[in-house]
Design a protein around this ligand. Structure first.
Ligand SMILES: Cc1cc2nc3c(=O)[nH]c(=O)nc-3n(C[C@H](O)[C@H](O)[C@H](O)COP(=O)(O)OP(=O)(O)OC[C@H]3O[C@@H](n4cnc5c(N)ncnc54)[C@H](O)[C@@H]3O)c2cc1C
Length: 394
């Protein structure tokens, strides 16, 4: 009988984590995608993208042997979150309120990728440095065509190939796409006052400005910015020369943050990402999607990658718990994966979309209620504990 195998297409964080987890579970797996090893950075030089990693994602990276490969001094534990409404609403969530040390960890994207690549190498996972271009369904699995003219067969093809997912398109997996008309702009910041291991978020009506704590450097205290704002405003800002970008940001940040962290200045050039709400059917016979290939949410809760790593954990559980007669690409098995992910994916989409709409409205009763609601929740320890657990992916 032909040996069953899994091909993971996409070598970002979701794809690497998936291949590693499957390999550690004893399943035969190979990777398909470019190998771009992020460069080793000097002590005070930080990768432009950082992620807020939840407890459940941190635990997964730890089980995969990757967490310990990330230099501890480049990781910032978030001990509290301060969320400001557009009037006087304030919600303060601290790890101690739920008897924990941290709510999340801020880690550079490049460091997570490098650690996962090293762990994949240690596990001896085969890596086809090539690109997916098409697939042909087979009786048990799929045959994959690559850009270099190879044909690879697999019982199961995992599409971890990002938001535009060529695998999703080729497998004709239904997909819904709603543009927000907003961009998420990211940059690293100089901050005048220490962040005290806190993450800060300001809802301003038409934008959400988040400041995430990062390690201090010889240049002074540092934080990371994620600012979601209307696309036109973002494009106009990003098109400005550096001095004008800096001046615009300093003035806007001073008005929004009211000096909470002292003066804020851009340390790196801002980069913008178009924001969308996306959902897919997550599987077809012989094909499963994980990460941004399967769904995308608004970054205001910092949960997109965490949701993708949740897919990875569930897919591994479903595949390893299959009955002996079931093959890896069987539609009934993959439908079980889709059912298990339906609720968390829908819930995260609803929460982020709901918050985006609630704070985007200028309707007076709602504008008043959202700020009153935040301040009310701030006084309810039980609800705050639930929010803390949700932020941690539990
Ligand atoms: C502004 C912003 C801030 C965010 N902040 C957070 C946060 O704080 N926390 C969080 O959890 N999430 C956050 N997210 C979401 C997060 O960025 C994504 O969810 C995550 O990067 C998706 O990872 P992925 O591995 O699924 O996809 P990707 O990182 O897009 O990786 C896809 C991979 O597929 C490969 N690929 C593409 N086409 C092919 C092909 N034809 N053949 C082979 N390989 C292919 C690519 O080379 C790449 O390696 C944020 C998003 C934005 C926009």
């Amino acid at each position: 009988m032909k040996q069953e195998s899994i091909l993971v297409c996409g070598t970002g964080i979701a794809g690497l984590a998936c291949a590693l987890g499957l390999s550690r579970a004893g399943l035969p797996v190979a990777l398909l995608g470019p190998r771009q090893t992020p460069p080793v950075r000097a002590a005070d030089d930080y990768h432009p993208r950082v992620y807020a990693i939840s407890e459940s994602s941190r635990a997964l990276l730890d089980r995969l042997g990757a967490w310990r490969l990330i230099e501890a001094r480049r990781i910032t534990a978030v001990e509290a979150m301060e969320i400001h409404g557009d009037a006087d609403g304030l919600l303060d969530l601290s790890a101690w309120q739920d008897a924990r040390e941290s709510l999340a960890w801020i880690v550079e994207s490049g460091e997570i990728e490098r650690a996962l690549q090293q762990a994949a190498q240690v596990m001896g996972i085969a890596w086809h440095e090539d690109k997916f271009v098409g697939l042909t369904p087979q009786a048990r699995g799929v045959q994959v065509d690559t850009a270099q003219g190879r044909q690879l067969s697999a019982s199961l093809l995992v599409g971890a190939d990002g938001a535009r997912s060529p695998v999703r398109v080729a497998a004709r997996i239904p997909h819904e796409y709603t543009p927000y008309g907003d961009m998420g702009v990211v940059a690293h910041l100089d901050i005048e006052r220490p962040h005290q291991q806190r993450a800060y978020q300001w809802f301003t009506g038409d934008s959400v400005l988040a400041v995430l704590p990062m390690p201090d450097t010889a240049q002074g205290a540092q934080a990371s910015l994620v600012w979601s704002m209307p696309e036109g405003q973002a494009q106009a800002w990003l098109a400005q020369p550096p001095e004008a970008q800096q001046a615009y940001f300093a003035a806007q940040a001073a008005a929004i943050t009211q000096g909470r962290l002292g003066r804020l200045g851009l340390r790196t050039r801002p980069q913008g990402f178009a924001l969308t709400l996306e959902r897919s059917a997550m599987m077809a016979p012989g094909v499963a999607l994980v990460g941004d290939a399967a769904h995308r949410v608004h970054p205001l809760a910092g949960q997109g990658l965490n949701l993708g790593l949740g897919d990875v954990q569930t897919l591994i559980q479903v595949l390893t718990a299959r009955a002996p007669q079931q093959h890896l690409g069987e539609a009934r098995l993959l439908a079980r994966y889709r059912r298990r992910r339906a609720e968390p994916v829908l819930a995260m989409g609803l929460v982020t979309h709901g918050l985006h709409r609630l704070f985007g409205t200028s309707c007076m009763p709602l504008a008043w209620a959202r700020n009153q609601g935040m301040s009310l929740v701030d006084q309810l320890p039980f609800i705050k504990r639930q929010l803390i657990r949700a932020a941690m992916g539990q």
